[in-house]
Design a protein around this ligand. Structure first.
Ligand code: FPP
Length: 258
C-alpha cells in the first residue's frame, strides 16, 4: 500500500460516523489564483474547480453527509468580465448535463438556491431537467447556490411573507400577524426551507470572509478555513475539515458540559 493511500485510509478511520455533520456548505474560492499561479487564464481555474466539485460530491456521498451546499455563483459575480461570466454559465450547463446520470446512480437529489429566474435560459433549461429527474432521490441533497446572495435571500423572504400576509391574512388583527413570525416561520420562507442549517462551513483559499453566503443559516455553523485553493482541494482535505469539526465543542450559546 502506498504511503498516500495509508494516510487516506487512516484519515477516514479517524472520522467518527456518529458525529458527522448533516450539512456541509462550501465557499469554493481560489480558482482565479490557482490559474494565475500557473500562468493560465482564470477560466482554466474554474474548469479545474469543476473536477473538485465532482470529488466533493462523491466524497460527501460516500461519507454519509446528507446535504452539501456549494456556492457556485453569487449575485455579485455578475460584476466579473463578461467573458468569465459566460464561461461560468457554460461550465454550469455542462456540469448539470454531465452529472445527471451520476446523480441518479448515486441517488443524489439536485436542489438550487438563489434567484434562479435571472439565470440564462440555456442554464435553466438543463437545470429543470436535472431537478425533475433527481427529485425522488433521497441519499443526499446537492444544493447549488446559483445567483445567490444572503441579503437578497432575506429580502425575498420578507417580500414573500408580506405577500402572504396581504393575500391571506388581511382579516387577522395586526398584532396576531406580527406575532406569527418566529424563527421557524422565517426559515420556512428562505430558499433553504426544509433543509437543516449547515453544521460545517468550509472556505478555501484562506480568506476570512462570508461573502454574503447563507447569512441566516450559518448562525451556529462551525467554520473551517484552509489556505488550499479550490482546484487543489482534495478528498483528504475534506476529511481533515470533518475531523476538525468533530473536535469542536458546539455550545449553541450554552455552557461547556463538564
Ligand atoms: C471563486 O473563485 C469561484 C467562483 C466564483 C466560481 C465557482 C465555480 C466553480 C468551482 C466551478 C464550476 C462549478 C460548478 C458547480 C460546476 P475565484 O474565481 O473568486 O478565485 P480568486 O479569488 O482566486 O480570483
Amino acid at each position: 500500500m502506498k504511503n498516500s493511500s495509508l494516510a487516506h485510509d487512516s484519515l477516514i478511520k479517524s472520522i467518527s460516523a456518529g458525529k458527522l455533520p448533516k450539512h456541509i456548505a462550501i465557499i469554493m474560492d481560489g480558482n482565479g489564483r490557482w490559474a494565475a499561479k500557473k500562468g493560465l487564464p482564470r477560466t482554466a481555474g474554474h474548469k479545474k474547480g469543476m473536477d473538485t466539485v465532482d470529488m466533493a460530491v462523491t466524497t460527501c456521498k460516500n461519507l454519509g453527509i446528507k446535504v452539501l451546499t456549494l456556492y457556485a455563483f453569487s449575485t455579485e459575480n455578475w460584476r466579473r468580465p463578461e467573458k468569465e461570466v459566460t464561461f461560468l454559465m457554460r461550465l454550469l450547463k455542462t456540469y448539470i448535463i454531465l452529472q445527471r446520470q451520476k446523480l441518479m446512480k448515486n441517488k443524489i437529489r439536485l436542489n438550487v438556491i438563489g434567484r434562479i429566474s435571472e439565470l440564462p435560459e440555456f442554464v435553466k433549461k438543463e437545470l429543470v431537467k436535472t431537478l425533475k429527474a433527481t427529485s425522488g432521490n433521497t441519499e443526499m441533497t446537492l444544493n447549488l447556490a446559483l445567483n445567490y446572495g444572503g441579503r437578497v435571500e432575506i429580502i425575498d423572504a420578507v417580500r414573500h411573507i408580506l405577500r402572504d400576509v396581504l393575500e391571506s391574512k388581511k382579516d387577522l388583527a395586526p398584532e396576531a400577524v406580527i406575532n406569527s413570525i418566529d424563527e421557524e416561520t422565517f426559515s420556512s420562507y428562505l430558499y433553504t426551507a426544509g433543509l437543516p442549517d449547515p453544521d460545517l462551513l468550509i472556505r478555501t483559499s484562506g480568506e476570512f470572509r462570508l461573502s454574503n453566503f447563507l447569512l441566516w443559516q450559518i448562525a451556529y455553523s462551525e467554520i473551517y478555513i484552509t489556505d488550499i485553493l479550490w482546484p487543489d482541494f482534495k478528498e483528504e482535505d475534506l476529511y481533515m475539515s470533518v475531523l476538525a469539526y468533530q473536535q469542536r465543542e458546539r455550545r449553541f450559546g450554552g455552557v461547556k458540559r463538564i
